[in-house]
Write a protein that binds this ligand. Sequence first.
Ligand code: TRP
Ligand code: ZN
Length: 873
Amino acid sequence: MNSNQPIAKYRLDYVKPDFTITDIDLDFDLSPEITTVVARSHVIKKNALVTKLVLDGEALKLIAINIDDIPWQDYKLTATGLEIYSVPDQFVLTIINEIKPIDNTALEGLYVSGDALCTQCEAEGFRHITYYLDRPDVLARFSTRITANKNQYPYLLSNGNRIAKGQLDNERHWVQWQDPFPKPCYLFALVAGDFDVLKDKFITRSNRQVALEIYVDKGNLDRSEWAMTCLKNSMRWDESRFNLEYDLDIFMIVAVDFFNMGAMENKGLNIFNSKYVLAKPETATDDDYLAIEAVIGHEYFHNWTGNRVTCQDWFQLSLKEGLTVFRDQEFSADLGSRAVKRIDDVKILRAVQFTEDASPMAHPIRPEQVIEMNNFYTVTVYEKGAEVIRMIHTLLGEEKFQAGMALYFQRHDGSAATCDDFVKAMQDASAIDLSHFKLWYSQSGTPELTINDDYDADRQLYRLTIKQLTPATQDQKDKQPLHIPLNIELYKRDGKVIPLQYQANAIHQVLNIHNDKEVFLFDNVSERPIIALLRDFSAPVKLHYDYQDSELIFLMQYATDAFNRYDSAQILLAKYIAINVSNHQQAKPMMLPESVIDAFRSVLLSPSLDPALMAQILTLPSENEIANQFKVVDPDSIHVVREWLLTTFANDMFDELLAVYRHNTTALYQIDHVDIAKRALKNTCLQILAFTSQIHVVDKLINEQYQQADNMTDSLAALNAAVKAQLPCKDRLLSDFDCRWNQDGLVMDKWFTLQATSPQKDTLARVKALLTHRSFSLNNPNRIRSLIGAFVNNNPALFHAINGSGYFFLVEILTELNQKNPQVASRLIDPLIRLKRYDEKRAELMRQALTQLLQLDNLSRDLYEKITKALEL
Ligand code: TRP
Ligand code: ZN
């Protein structure tokens, strides 16, 4: 190990900053080749014992330092920034430096996106702009002056309100922005470019007018309206449900094509990946529309949960992210179908977060130890973090939860807080003890509940025994029992709900599990009940209970909770998937009882079920969801079994599927939840039908849908079905799509993903060939994710090809991306670090691939952290 090996930071090492900055005036002289930054900061010493100011800075060219307008020589440049010595107690620090946006391929700091310049400062990107106290507990008032060529950059945007502007010689102009709210530098943003602007306004409930502006690439105005609708819905919803009103006179969103993540909540100036802004029916699917709604909401909601109250340090990231994901989930649930939204969220948690828990990157929602912060913008911090907030909501109920929110803002508005602060506000406002519950913040891993029951007919007594155990994770061997809310319901065989009671006392549906083992008694139970467990997915846990098929089929029909109906179907499928994976491994024939098929048939024929819920029940779990039922994953068998189930469904329910398909066609394309639900059901049926043995019938059907579709949802669904089932029409349709859309990167992303997730044996060769396709570029993260990300994450059977070809392809790509864009590289490596989940042969090949990457010159901290964990170095 050499001496510049990256080192970890620990949560418990937190110390308050020695200095703070109350105000900063930034002055940018912009050009892609060289941008000059002048930063005038009002610095105040907080720790009387120090005289040295240590600032963060990376890849900067220092020009000058002044203190109180006098040139200062007593400083040193270091590997991580700048140390200034012998500073006074309070002073104005002026730093002049240069940066090169054009060379910034990592898309962190100030960079070029297409013809525009933009910034990304979370988590630690501001240090790529100027030397600063780049930590979230330093809150300053920002004022920003931007000067640039007015033809190339007619719009010059930053946070807050535009307070002045002017013209200069040489075709240059300037704009001055001022943000009245103190903020950490990760919320700073600047955008310069030429755009089309969609303008609107919002009147807040206290009657203030807010200007709303959405900036998109020229020519894209016809794709920006939905985002505006979502923004206004978000503003209204946050007022009505959370009592939170917007606080500036203007709110801007800018869509950019080059972006490492989804979007960023910079104060008053959200910057978005164009994928989460642009939509029109011909180019965006229903899922895209819903994702835009969720992300617009998410970033807007950060204005309070993240910006007005921010994080003390990055270990507290879930304070803003878990809470804001919870809020955006509730927003989508309130505006659309709550049940469908819940199922979608749980599917992500099970497919991705449970996988992370079982990986070398396992961490609690509040990590203890970090090498590269960008590696901790994870499904654990975000989605499991949201589940933890949701459990608090379940324990407190809406009213007390909102009282907790109010107290949280009362205490922490305008400052940087911790997860402990949040839980304390919830506890103090509700008088509900959350002391045991808090362990969810520090314990990693997926808890497992094992449930046993017995029934005493003579005493009409039902007894439930619940054991909990969280298996060890790589980061944490010893686990303690958690406080788990378990929502249950009991049914009689006729479908009636049995009231929960014991000795004349009513028992709440949400059982509080605290210990390794808990026993609950229920009396007045007149027959052996059928139990619904984990209703609404009341905790992010795995469940073990020995259900009879007939009980699951009963719950699919009678459970009062829609999530539970869906989940019962999942448990039933999981059982036969496990049986058939084992059959396949032993070269035995596959089997599925007629009763199981009939259960799904009756879902299909049920007149009262919401079509969207039907669609979810009829969608087989993904190969990644299935993988999590196994300790050692066999990607080939999982793939074969899943396809066999699809074929069995398609053949055994052919007539019903076709009838429901035909019954759910929609007339004109509209974005409303009734139509979205119908299209979801229709296209789910098509997806299954594609696997029928009557190839010609379905080939024709799919071809017709593709040709006749007036919207992307239906044409993509047709194409996807053709590719997944390898139908004769697939190549013709794929090349038709390419001809039609190759100018449009976001649409081509869908096409790249289809090719990358094809079960065709030569898919890896296709993926490699597509690296040189005219629409592809390794500089654009969206293209990388749609082609390479889709292959490595969502084509497990071929990525894990037993000859290692998938692994070594990924090594080649990461070798290139390691320097170019470490954040994107680090996300792509995830499927390669989970070597322990595979057989010895695969694990050994994965180990070789990782070892090869470890030898890279200038290995980024991002990849270093994951590779060393995977190899347990
Ligand atoms: N705070 C952003 C969000 O959750 C996340 C984000 C956007 C981000 N861009 C980033 C995180 C770049 C790390 C790096 O909405
Ligand atoms: Zn966020």
